[in-house]
Design a protein. Structure first.
Length: 468
């Protein structure tokens, strides 16, 4: 059955900081925020203040005395079944995101070679399934190999391209080239009469999600109570720097009406490189961004499964999922995850209305993750009250009042983003009023079902365990 090999402590602060960066940041999202120009600064300031800072501070405090992740935090604060609900939501929301990420990678690979192949369902399916299963078996090698791979990928595919992008933008400005946005105070304040502003703000909240995910790996760190909070802050600072400066770099070069959400990043690099006779660099940047996406995908694969595995130690799932190999990798859970992703991929590719299915799956993924965050924001102040004498190497400033303010800000942000997630996106504006109402009603029903699934699994397993 499962291995009893002694766990190691192979992860340092920088490595976990890079893993935190890997699960949060994605350069492919930069064109979305770049379309809003200088008002991006306002949106990021609001999203960081009301959401990212609260959840980063609370998760850092929780990890400083309970370095096992959201399952333990929610279990000890709200009860065992809510703990399983929270970790299930964190894990399951990725089941729809993994195929989308690999589909992006598949399209990017053939972006210059054969653009029509990017829309070939057979090609997309082969890349998604082969890519995910290869990474699944690669992760059997253990957390050290997995963390090294993700860290290298995030440096090559995120940090270096991000630095190059910002450097080229600065050189563009100082060389006297035309600038596509105006730098005035009035441009910082967005137009809130436009509903797209609310959608963008909600999207930014979600773009900043994920720093808490690697708390599941804190137990594999050297001195996690001290070093995990440091790693979180390293990841948060690097994320904000790259996202803000990267978005502005694109907005400076390309007029907002010409920014493509799909190819905006590559187009920006192409403009820069063509301007300075470095066209050969475009292909290299494409390969590097693919590496960054693989690093992000791999970091989530391991962190998410490790978190769900912690719940098996409390008998929330069948004993089958307790099995680990000699590297302490929960192999059966990893295989189960790959099977679920395979099913989602085949369902997605078999349906004709791909755009509608994509937005529904994206919205459901968002809603599940926000439900997990509400549990996290509740756990912070509740555990401060329930366990006031627990040794915390880091505490949210302001004592109980401070953590309550952070919790309220975070919960209100989640409620706002949840509301926006039920609205049909602009890409589906051709839908009739009745269809839009049906879209929202379907999402409400599906979200309710998704909330029921973890409770159904938990109580069914509990009842079967008693019968046996």
């Amino acid at each position: 059955m499962h291995s009893h090999s002694k766990p190691t402590k192979p992860l340092g602060t920088f490595t976990v900081g890079m893993l935190s960066l890997a699960v949060v940041i994605s350069l492919r999202n930069l064109p979305l925020t770049a379309k809003h120009g200088l008002s991006t600064l306002f949106f990021y300031a609001l999203a960081v203040t009301c959401f990212m800072i609260p959840y980063a501070l609370i998760s850092a405090e929780l990890a400083s005395f309970k370095p096992q992740g959201i399952y333990i935090w929610a279990r000890d604060a709200l009860g065992k079944w809510w703990g399983f609900f929270a970790i299930w939501m964190q894990w399951f929301h990725n089941m729809t995101w993994y195929p989308a990420m690999l589909a992006f990678i598949a399209s990017t690979i053939v972006y210059k070679i054969s653009p029509e192949l990017a829309h070939n369902k057979v090609y997309i399916a082969v890349v998604i399934l082969s890519g995910f299963w290869i990474l699944t078996f690669f992760n059997f090698l253990g957390i050290t190999s997995s963390a090294l791979f993700s860290s290298i990928c995030v440096v090559i595919g995120t940090l270096i391209p991000g630095i190059i992008l910002v450097s080229l933008a600065l050189f563009w400005i100082f060389s006297g080239n035309p600038i596509a946005i105006s730098f005035s105070w009035g441009d910082i304040i967005p137009d809130f009469s436009n509903t797209s502003s609310f959608v963008l703000l909600a999207g930014m909240l979600l773009a900043l999600c994920g720093l808490e995910a690697n708390a599941n790996l804190a137990s594999d760190m050297i001195n996690p109570r001290k070093n995990y909070p440091r790693a979180v802050f390293i990841g948060a600072l690097a994320t904000l720097t790259i996202l803000v400066l990267g978005s502005l770099s694109i907005a400076i070069v390309i007029p907002k009406d010409e920014i493509s959400l799909v190819s905006g990043l590559v187009k920006t690099f192409t403009l820069f490189f063509d301007k300075y006779n470095l066209s050969w660099m475009t292909g290299i940047i494409v390969v590097m961004t693919i590496a960054g996406s693989l690093g992000e995908l791999n970091a989530w694969m391991f962190a998410g499964t490790k978190g769900l595995f912690i719940s098996t130690q409390n008998d929330c799932l069948p004993k089958l999922f307790k099995k680990v190999n000699r590297k302490n990798v929960p192999t059966n859970l990893m295989l189960f995850q790959a099977i679920v992703v395979t099913i989602f991929t085949l369902l997605f590719l078999c349906l004709d209305s791909a755009d509608l299915v994509y937005w529904i799956l994206t919205a459901l993924s968002i809603q599940m993750y926000l439900a997990m965050y509400i549990c996290l924001f509740l756990a912070g102040p509740i555990l401060r009250i329930k366990e006031p004498k627990a040794q915390r190497l880091y505490s949210v400033p302001g004592k109980l009042f401070g953590i309550c303010v952070m919790s309220i800000l975070g919960i209100l942000s989640c409620i706002f983003a949840l509301w926006v997630s039920f609205l049909p996106p602009q890409e589906l504006t051709q839908m009739s009023a009745g269809s839009k109402l049906g879209y929202t009603a379907f999402l409400l029903l599906a979200f309710g079902l998704n909330c029921f699934i973890p409770f159904g699994i938990y109580f069914t397993h509990k009842r079967l365990s008693k019968l046996n």
